[in-house]
Design a protein around this ligand. Structure first.
Ligand code: RP5
Length: 164
């Protein structure tokens, strides 16, 4: 696998949420391979994808799943690459199930768990840039610009509120 990031999701129904992560990775020119693989429905495929990521250039794995979300934890069990988990709000419990399943990993197998849903997916993209930015100066500098732009947008909005 040539990409820097492997993105897995439990179902194609998770794609609208996961695209918040790819939007950020695109902004930072970070390459990724994105596909669907379920810890429950396609366990063998999930392990094969991890092996392929490890043999290639992948440095971070992002895994998003909803319901009894074991994907990020299972991925973390099979690799020493950093795993970022996104709990997806796709079930009747609206992501609280996926949050607990993803964040409550037993000691020894960490998953860097983001917020539930699209906000979490966006943060997964930013967090990935922060990891890769440790040794990629272009990404590190783009992250500084990203924060400056975000602060400027907040100030612009604050002025609108003040002048209403
Ligand atoms: C999880 O179950 C998936 O990650 C998805 O969020 C949820 C529902 O999957 P589908 O029934 O839409 O395939 O495994």
């Amino acid at each position: 696998m040539k990409a820097k990031v492997l993105i897995l999701m439990g179902s194609d129904s998770d794609l609208p949420v996961m695209e918040a992560a790819t939007k950020i990775l695109d902004e930072f020119n970070i390459t990724y391979h994105m596909t669907v693989s379920s810890a429950h429905r396609t366990p063998d495929r999930t392990v094969k994808l991890i092996r392929s990521a490890e043999k290639g250039e992948v440095e971070v794995i992002i895994a998003g799943a909803g319901a009894a979300a074991h994907l990020a934890g299972v991925v973390a069990a099979h690799t020493t690459l950093p795993v970022i988990g996104i709990p997806i709000d796709s079930s009747p419990l609206k992501g609280i199930d996926a949050l607990y399943s993803t964040v409550q990993m037993p000691p020894g197998i960490p998953v860097a768990t983001m917020a539930v849903g699209k906000g979490g997916a966006k943060n997964a993209g930013i967090f990935t840039a922060q990891i890769l930015g440790l040794k990629d100066k272009k990404i590190a500098s783009a992250l500084k610009d990203f924060k400056k732009k975000m602060a400027a947008e907040v100030v612009k909005k604050a002025k609108k509120v003040e002048n209403r």
